[in-house]
Ligand binder design. Sequence first.
Ligand code: ADE
Length: 230
Amino acid sequence: MRIDILTLFPELFDGPFGYSIVKRTVDKGLIQIQLHNIRDYSTNKHKAVDDYPFGGGAGMVMQIEPIFNCITKLKEERTYDEVIYLSPDGELFDQPMANNLSGAKNLILLCGHYKGVDERVRQYLITKEISIGSYVLTGGELAAAVVVDAVARLIPGAIGDEQSALSDSFQDGLISPPVYTRPANFNGWEVPAILLSGHQAKIDAWRHGQSILRTQLKRPDLLGDDGDVN
Ligand code: ADE
């Protein structure tokens, strides 16, 4: 899988992509992440990428030309499954969307800044808009990093134990059950006895019950109106 990220601040990704599973997935060649500085595609002699909004008002607007130049060049080289714009008013990102995107071959992620991009970018160049939550970040970079992280760990081979990604919270519409490790007794705080019993079928049933209970308690919105598992 290949992900091209268009940004004004490529350095912002050094941290999120430089460690742990995302880095290992890149190192294994399972995912290729290419950062493109939108400024490099400006034909303006000052390398400007933004301008005042037509009609007046506060803030600057990212111009279409450098974004168009970058996307056009990339599209000449390969076909993209989606050209995604990260925006607070996009479709809310969730696990099913991450699952879907992890099946893509090539993706473009466009990070906005200032007041956002010229509307014609969204009209003519973007195929999907994603929000990571109902709050406004200073730019799309952190949102893009969240999307890449959630997608990268789903690529087969990214996580050592394949089962681990499948048993994540949300994969079956439920919150994960609690987990424990050694010591079985810490300061008198004990691990549930069932987990030490060795009865795998009973352990699985207990875990499933805990998942349902936790979901009812913490995220009832994931359950149907009647509180049942969907
Ligand atoms: N850019 C600014 N805020 C954002 C958000 N909440 N989600 C995605 N992109 C954004």
